[in-house]
Write a protein that binds this ligand. Structure first.
Ligand code: PEP
Ligand code: MN
Length: 476
């Protein structure tokens, strides 16, 4: 069991997996002191609102879409990339809402997803063995720039801020309006069948909106609405939340702030807010602990147990049933609804051996959780040309097994966690990082527009394929 005294720095007394060794500790301390004075990126009322909405996901009244890049980079922080990401998330959620007739809670892996856990401290580049790339907030992709530099943490804060500012701007300026879903950049989708399917939805929607306006029930909130009956979302017309892996605990600590709940939670859904003071991580609405850093007695779990934000825990094949329950007891001792999302990522070949046992253990312990399927991280392989890739068919296989196993256990899949991108190259073509999908991407085509410097992402078309699969499942 975890000890009861927690502070934003109590993690320091525990071993931290994936810790970064900064050669200049004074420089690090100066940067952290500066970060500590900078304003929050997100607010307690937004965080409480997400907790409330995740409570609805847990009660099967909504579905969770968690998606974005494996890792963001400072260079990819551009107007075009950010709008393509948001456009894909909106298109994907629209397809889900249409099929499932359920609100979708959208959490982007965005505005702070810079740090990466690595399986080895060094990697081979050409014939050199160099320190591994740990993400833009630690060191550089260039093999000559692998020394951890604390200034990068500040740069991560400012790139997160710029990203979030543009996302907020987009979503408060009509970008999410259902009257113009084509603005979400469907124009480049070359598969006629996929275009047709999406257009059927948008035409149906357009008719429905016209009809509502004609009979006078148009609420004026046209975005992909979570709550019927008005109110603006956290970020403009629709609710949209940010997330990243809470890996760099020094950074997370510097952005952890204590707030008094009195008057701090004006938004709907704040009824669950704690009385008195609570600590919020103000760098993102939602943080998750990775499969490599979820040790029960480790620093990450210690940090996560004390923050008020809703959290995710990656659940892979190496997590035993008892440890899973211990983890839940540690991070959610009061069994609060909306607090914990379990993101399962076993691999298509392993899910049958683990998921049902995990579901039963959690049920027997009576812990409220949201079950989310990450069909990406257990299914990574290396192509014959040496590129890291994933097969669309294998991703779908884990996802369909997951849906089936939940159904056979009397449980329900509450959401999906995907690595995808709407990013296009200069000629308007999608990236080519995962094999297969309705566009039938072949191994020879992988090298054409492989842009990820971390895990391979589904491109726009492949992502819509997944969205239709889930949407059709809900319709059945
Ligand atoms: C990730 O989500 O990018 C990741 C590294 O996942 P995991 O911790 O599940 O391997
Ligand atoms: Mn990844």
């Amino acid at each position: 069991m975890a000890e009861s005294s927690w502070s934003p720095s109590s993690w320091k007394s525990k071993p931290a997996a994936q810790a970064v060794n900064y050669p200049d500790q004074q420089h690090l301390a100066n940067v952290l002191a500066k970060l500590h004075t900078l304003p929050p990126l997100v607010t307690p009322s937004e965080i409480e609102r997400l907790r409330f909405q995740l409570g609805a996901v847990q009660r099967n009244e909504a579905f969770l879409l968690h998606a974005g890049d494996c890792a963001e980079s400072f260079d990819a922080c551009t107007q075009q990339n950010i709008s393509a990401k948001i456009g894909l998330i909106l298109s994907f959620s629209l397809i889900l809402i249409w099929g499932g007739r359920l609100p979708v809670v959208r959490i982007g892996r965005i505005a702070g997803q810079y740090a990466k856990p690595r399986s080895s401290g060094t990697e081979k580049i050409g014939d050199r063995e160099v320190p591994s790339f740990r993400g833009d907030n630690v060191n550089g992709l260039d093999p000559d720039d692998r020394k951890p530099d604390p200034e990068r943490l500040l740069s991560a804060y400012f790139h997160s801020t710029a990203t979030l500012n543009y996302v907020r701007g987009l979503l408060t300026s009509g970008f999410a309006s259902l009257h113009h879903p084509r603005d979400w950049s469907l124009s480049h989708v070359r598969s006629p069948a996929l275009r047709r399917e999406f257009e059927t939805i948008t035409e149906g929607l357009s008719d429905a909106l016209d009809f509502s306006r004609t009979i006078g029930v148009d609420s004026g909130r046209e975005g992909v609405s979570f709550e019927r009956g008005g109110g603006r979302g956290v970020v403009g017309e629709v609710d949209f939340y940010t997330s990243h892996e809470g890996l760099m605990l020094d950074y997370e600590q510097a952005l952890t702030r204590e707030f008094d709940s009195k008057g701090a939670f004006p938004s709907p859904g704040s009824s669950q807010a704690p009385q008195g003071k609570a600590f919020y991580n103000t760098s993102a609405h939602f943080l998750w602990v990775g499969d490599r850093t979820r040790q029960l007695d480790g620093a990450h779990v210690e940090y996560f147990r004390g923050i008020r934000n809703p959290i995710g825990i990656k659940v892979g094949p190496t997590l035993g049933n008892e440890d899973l329950i211990q983890l839940l007891e540690t991070v959610n001792p009061d069994k609060e609804s909306g607090r914990v999302t379990l993101i399962t990522r076993y691999g298509a070949g392993k899910i049958d051996n683990h998921l049902a046992g995990h579901i039963r253990a959690v049920r027997d312990a009576d812990h409220p959780v949201i079950w989310v399927c990450d069909p990406m991280h257990g299914n990574t392989l290396t192509s014959s040309s040496g590129l890291k890739t994933r097969n669309f068919g294998t991703i779908i296989s884990e996802l369909t097994s997951c849906l089936k196993i939940h159904a056979s256990c009397g449980s329900r899949l509450g959401g999906v966690s995907l690595e995808f991108t709407g990013e296009l190259n200069d000629e308007g073509f999608s990236v080519t990082e995962c094999l297969g999908g309705s566009m039938g991407l072949s191994e020879e085509q992988l090298g054409l527009r492989y842009q990820s410097f971390c895990d391979p992402r589904l491109n726009f078309e492949q992502s819509l394929d997944v969205a239709f699969l889930i949407s059709n499942h809900f319709k059945e």
